[in-house]
Design a protein around this ligand. Structure first.
Ligand code: PLP
Length: 394
């Protein structure tokens, strides 16, 4: 008998994938230029030129056996040193190579971190709207997932609801800012209040509550928005970072976990991270990519196109009468469905070849996600379709 749970996970395609497949069908039928596909969160801008230069140089000049050989399980020491130096310089926080664990992107960072801290029956809080894989990762680690909805007015944390959700079983809360699917950046005020509440609750309950800071979109922010670095506010924070979006390298699978010194018994927690990586088979992240990112720290792909897309879509959709939360980061826009059933709305949108993702899978009904990591020309061409769609609700 195989695992029923894994089989059903494997058979069930995510809603996003379903929509993308539908898009493929429509592209074949009516031509790609006539389908307005806003379903996937795949970066649409190239990696900075330096990434290719560094990779080429490594391939041509570094000893091939060393380049392609296994690194230490937790990552090459010089790479971890470069990353810890970068963290120190950028966030003014102490970091050492032995607090960094190299991973295959944020997905691996999350599964490893959760596995490192969860005992069966612990609870993990996720803040809706949330990246749907959190549930999969947390449950696989043995946790029960509790969903706390963010307040509708600005999608910041609803502290009353959060306080009620925290129990003596609460082991972690996953915080994702800038957020997928809303693009919202949690304010410093929110992070300060979150830290205060978690400290108070940990004391009251005599437990350790971790923040798992899922940060693949950290650098994707617009205007003068600042994304607070959570370890500077809350001691028990594990940072799950990825270069997938900042360097536009999602297919290359590279990221890291940072266990700050401020985490209680941080050396043991780091050991548990190494153990979880080992148990999950996530050791020795791709070596070529480790060496590459170590030389590209501080670089970000040119995100000006995302900003242009955001402005174009936000302005047009607001003008047509849609209720949109203005995103400060990532490349998603979260929009209230003009009818309460977002699935029905997305079906209607298909009539205009607009492919949008209902918010239900993100734990937030009545909303849709629009991924604007697409070509600006597609957005321009899609605007009349959005207007016609809204006219159906007038
Ligand atoms: N976390 C969030 C919020 C994401 O949106 C994604 C990917 O889209 C991930 C984690 C996984 O990222 P990675 O490609 O680095 O595994």
């Amino acid at each position: 008998m195989i695992s029923e749970k894994m089989m059903s996970l494997g058979k069930k395609r995510s809603v996003i994938r379903e929509i993308f497949e539908y898009g493929n069908k429509r592209r074949a039928e009516i031509g790609a230029e006539n389908v307005f596909d806003f379903s996937l969160g795949n970066p649409s801008i190239p990696a900075p030129e330096k990434v290719r230069e560094v990779m080429s140089k490594l391939i041509l000049e570094k000893d091939a056996v060393a380049l392609h050989g296994y690194t230490s399980a937790q990552g090459a020491p010089n790479v971890r040193k470069a990353i810890s130096d970068d963290i120190k310089a950028r966030f003014g926080i102490n970091a050492s190579p032995d607090s960094i664990y190299m991973t295959c992107g944020a997905a691996a960072s999350l599964t490893i971190s959760l596995t490192a801290i969860i005992n069966s029956g612990d609870e993990v809080i996720v803040l809706a709207p949330f990246f749907p894989e959190y549930r999969v990762f947390a449950e696989k680690a043995g946790a029960n997932v509790k969903v706390v909805k963010c307040r509708e007015s600005d999608l910041q944390i609803d502290f009353e609801a959060l306080e009620k959700a925290i129990t003596n079983k609460t082991k972690a809360i996953i915080v994702n800012s800038p957020n997928n699917p809303s693009g919202v950046v949690l304010s410093e005020e929110t992070i300060i209040e979150l830290s205060r509440l978690l400290n108070q609750k940990s004391q009251e309950l005599g437990t350790d509550i971790y923040i798992i800071a899922d940060e693949p979109y950290r650098e994707l922010v617009y205007g003068d928005k600042v994304v607070p670095y959570i370890p500077n506010y809350y001691d028990n924070t594990l940072v799950c970072y990825s270069f997938s979006k900042s360097l536009s390298l999602p297919g290359e699978r590279i990221g890291y976990i940072f266990v700050p010194e401020s985490v209680k018994a941080s050396k043991d927690v780091y050991a548990a991270v190494c153990g979880a990586g080992r148990a999950l088979g996530f050791v020795c992240a791709p070596s070529l990519l480790q060496y590459t990112v170590a030389e590209c720290l501080g670089l970000t792909a040119d995100i000006s196109i995302y900003e242009k897309n955001r402005n174009m879509l936000f302005n047009a959709l607001s003008e047509y009468g849609f209720n949109v939360v203005k995103p400060d980061g990532a490349f998603y826009l979260f929009m209230k469905s003009p009818e309460s059933d977002a699935n029905a709305f997305c079906e209607k949108a298909k009539k205009y070849e607009l492919l949008l993702v209902p918010g239900d899978d993100f734990g937030y009904e009545g909303y849709v996600r629009i991924s604007y990591c697409v070509k600006p020309e597609m957005i321009e061409k899609s605007l009349p379709a959005f207007e016609k769609l809204m006219n159906e609700y007038r």
